[in-house]
Structures are given as C-alpha cells and as structure tokens.
Design a protein around this ligand. Structure first.
Ligand code: GLN
Length: 487
C-alpha cells in the first residue's frame, strides 16, 4: 500500500512507530496530486514547499514526543476556508489573488498541532452548487469516472480524499456540500450540528445554515478530526459549549444505551427511523433505493430497531432553502466588490459602476442568480411573502425533526436520489441542480447533524452514499451508526 492511501489512524500509527516520516507521507500525497490533478482538478493551489516545511516541523514534534492526533498528517482544505499565508479564492475570480493573513479557527487548531496543509481544494464558487461546475477554475471530475461530476460544492475535497491525494479534508456544508460530494466520490462526510464547529474564517454563504466539517476515508477518522476541531470559539458567537464530545469512543451514547464502538464489533442498538418521504421522492434511482434498504436490513440484523416514521414538511425544505440561502447570500456576497482583491474592471464612470462591472467579471452565473433572487425576496413588499414565510416553514421543518427524535435515535435516508451525474448534464438547468439537494436540505434547515457514509456501488461502478441524521449535538451516535454501517 502506498503511504498516501493510508487513513489517519494508520498514518498516525506509522509516524509514531517511525515506520515512515511525515516528509515521506507528505511527499507521497504530493506525488499523487501531481500525477492526478490534471485530470481531476481537485486542487486550485498545491502547497509543495510549504507542506514539506510543515512536515519537517511535524517530524521534529514527533521525535520530541509532542505528537497530537493530527501531527504530521497531510490534509487539504476547501478554498472557501481561509488559510494563513495560502491563497484562498473561494473558487471565485473576485478573490483570485486573496491570501488571508489568518487561519480559520478549525484550521488553526489543526495546524497548531502540526497538521500539514497540502493544498486548497476546488469547489463551486463560494459554495454555490451541487456539481462543482460553478467553479471559476474549472469543474472537478469524479475519480471513479472522469465523465461524471464529483458533486458539490466541496467536490475538490471529496475527490482529493477519494483519490488519495491527501489523508483527509476540511470543507463546508450549507445545504449538502460535504455530504453530496462524499456520496458521489465514495468517502465519509459530516455536516455537524449548527454551532458545533467554529465558522470563523469560513467565507460565509448563508450564515444561518453554514457549517464546517471533515471529509475522511473512514468514520473512525471522522471521529478523530471532529474531536480535534469541535468546540466553543469566542470568535464565532453561534458556537456552543457542549460537554458531550463528538467522538463516539468518548461519547456516553444516546440516552445511555450505546456501548462504546471503536473498541470492537459490538452492534449499535439504536432506534432507527426510516422517513417515508425520502423514499417516495420522484426520480429516485432504483439502485440507490435498493442499496439503502439493504443497509437498513443490516442494521436490523445487528440489533437496531427499525421504525417507519414521517417528516411531513420534507417536501418544502428545498423551497425554503432556496429562499433563505439567496437572501442571506445577497448580503454576504455584498462584501466582495473587486476593490482590494481579485479581478477589477475600471471602465466604469462611477464607483458603483466599477463595483457592478467587477462583480460581473468576478462571480459565476449561479452566484449572480442568487444575489438577484435574494435581493428581490428581501425587498419591501416581498419580504413578508418570501423570507418571512420561508422562516415560518423552516420552524415547521425543525419541529418535524424535534418530534421524530422523541421516537427514534437516528434517521436513515439515501444521501442523494441518484449517483454522480454526467459533467454538463444539469449545468444549464439551475432548477434540476437545486433538486439534487432534496435529501440534504431538510437537515440543513433544521440545524441537525448528518453523516454520509459509503454504502455500496451501482452496477456501473459509481459510489452510493447513505445519510444518517441525528438530533442536535448527537454527532457521537450518528458516527456510531455510520461506523456500524461501514462493515
Ligand atoms: N447545493 C447547495 C447549494 O447550491 C449546496 C451549498 C452548500 O452546502 N455550500 O446551495
């Protein structure tokens, strides 16, 4: 096995035992990037020299016995997350030359313990999309089939992990951007509870929905990264201090019933809800349905109780999401004006004209579409009809989840109604692209955690992901069930 193919657990063990150095591990990942990135386009920036420098420092920490769980492990970061001294474009030309002077809190936590930043991942510009075709740096191709999309918006991160260009990645999920590419590329992706991880230093898209989380090769790795990055941050007022750790091995488990999991093959005796609305969605691929049902049977055999449940407002989640997101987006995107960074068109005769022309150059169509929709929906006379109404329905969706989690511990659904689609297949149809989020937006709107784990492959060899949704702050149990499903 090549070093770049290792998961965090094995890589950390090898470093500890001095089987190899962080410089060797990092070089293996860099070599893979240089071999494959021209086809996959998962990276906008590769940190060749910096990564080796950081790896040397990590090797020194290890030699001195100062290693922490992520010391010396090469990781990649979505380009919509700020990294000190490393260009962070958000995949939009409006920030083409932006190099942040600071790290996002979650990145700082990793780099401070000697994590090796290997590069910045391509994504849909500022997180807008479900296929990675809205990047201004070209689409990301799916490593399992280069004619298919990697998913979005964190397609570069998922593809990089799936193709062993890094050991794990950190990305952002507003309405599915971690989970959907994870399912398309066959890796593990977690959208944590809103408030679990600090968003300080994440380029904001829709602030009431944005979350930051990892993409990993295994659920065990997911638990390790979450343990290191979660927690209250004075720089993000939405983070909460929560005494239940996100790590399953340390978690007391749901309602005290769960045995510790990482130690062995002991089953998780959770009550698993199967929400009927997710299986009745129009256009759901029969193979995806079949694979999901198979996995549910597996959970039953391992001691879980399977309960049919209903989340009656599910069908409104997409509509609610695509009102709230553009509204918050139009405000967040307003800070990008082409004056200090990125492309700038100076032909305008007035300052406003210059902003407008620069924004026209620096944003892709989808971002412009959302700015227009959001500005419209927030304007006098329309605010009550759209934004306020959407917030009211959002409360009903959240209540569906509150009610259902009185009956069950977790919910199981497919992550996406279909496997990865063809490059260009939905690119000219924004509505079809929005509908790809149908199974992802409910958990986002409700602020609850949701994990996508690989569940199998279609006959054509494309990965299918299964989604485990938990109650707020129940990441521990969600990961336990996900871990169980990985066998
Ligand atoms: N498909 C979603 C959207 O375009 C994903 C966004 C995200 O999670 N960043 O809004």
């Amino acid at each position: 096995m090549n070093l770049n193919e290792l998961a965090i657990v094995q890589a950390a063990e090898g470093l500890q035992k001095k089987d190899f150095t962080s410089v060797e591990l990092t070089s293996a990942c860099l070599a893979r990037i240089h071999e494959r990135n021209k086809d996959i386009n998962a990276f906008i920036t590769v940190c060749d020299e910096l990564a080796i420098e950081e790896a040397k420092k990590a090797d020194m920490m290890i030699a001195k016995g100062e290693a922490k769980p992520l010391t010396g492990i090469p990781f990649a970061v979505k380009d919509a997350i700020c990294t000190a001294g490393v260009r962070s474009t958000g995949a939009g030309k409006i920030l083409d030359n932006y190099t942040p002077p600071y790290d996002a809190t979650v990145i700082k936590k990793i780099r401070d313990q000697g994590g090796v930043l290997i590069g910045k991942n391509n994504c849909d510009a500022f997180g807008h999309g479900a296929s990675n075709e809205n990047s201004m740096y070209g689409p990301v191709k799916n490593p399992h089939d280069l004619s298919k999309v990697a998913g979005g918006s964190s397609g570069g991160s998922a593809a990089a992990v799936a193709d062993n260009m890094c050991i794990y990645a950190i990305a952002e999920d507003t309405g599915g951007s971690i989970r959907q590419p994870a399912s398309f590329c066959g890796v593990v992706g977690l959208r944590p509870s809103y408030g679990r991880n600090s968003r300080y230093g994440i380029m904001p898209m829709a602030s009431s929905l944005d979350t930051v989380g990892p993409l990993t090769k295994t659920v065990e790795d997911m638990a390790i990264v979450m343990q290191e990055i979660a927690g209250r941050d004075p720089l993000d007022a939405t983070t909460v201090a929560y005494d239940e750790p996100p790590h399953p091995a340390l978690s007391r488990g749901a309602r005290g019933q769960q045995p510790p999991l990482l130690a062995g093959e002991v089953g998780v005796r959770a009550r698993v809800g199967v929400p009927k609305e997710y299986f009745e969605i129009e256009g759901i691929d029969p193979e995806v349905k079949e694979i999901t049902i198979e996995k549910i049977k597996l959970l039953k055999d391992s001691g879980c109780e399977i309960i049919d449940v209903s989340l009656p407002h599910t069908k409104y989640a997409i509509a609610v999401y695509y009102i709230i997101v553009p509204c918050e987006d139009s405000s967040n995107m307003a800070r990008l004006d082409g004056i200090r960074y990125g492309v700038r068109n100076t032909e305008g005769r007035t300052l406003y004209d210059m902003y407008a022309r620069s924004r026209d150059l620096g944003f892709p169509e989808e971002v412009k579409r959302r700015i227009l929709i959001g500005t419209y929906a927030l304007s006098a006379g329309y605010y009550d009809a759209y934004y306020k109404k959407a917030q009211q329905v959002r409360t009903l969706i959240r209540k569906d989840f509150d009610d259902v989690f009185k009956q069950v511990d977790v919910l199981i659904t497919p992550t996406s109604p279909f496997p990865a689609f063809g490059v260009g297949e939905k690119a000219s149809d924004p509505l079809a692209m929005y509908l790809a989020d149908v199974m992802l937006s409910p958990a986002s709107v409700a602020g609850v955690p949701a994990l996508s784990v690989p569940a199998g492959k279609t006959k054509a060899g494309l990965p299918v992901g299964i989604q485990i949704i938990g109650a707020r702050m129940d990441e521990g149990l969600v990961m336990q069930v996900g871990h169980q499903l990985s066998f």
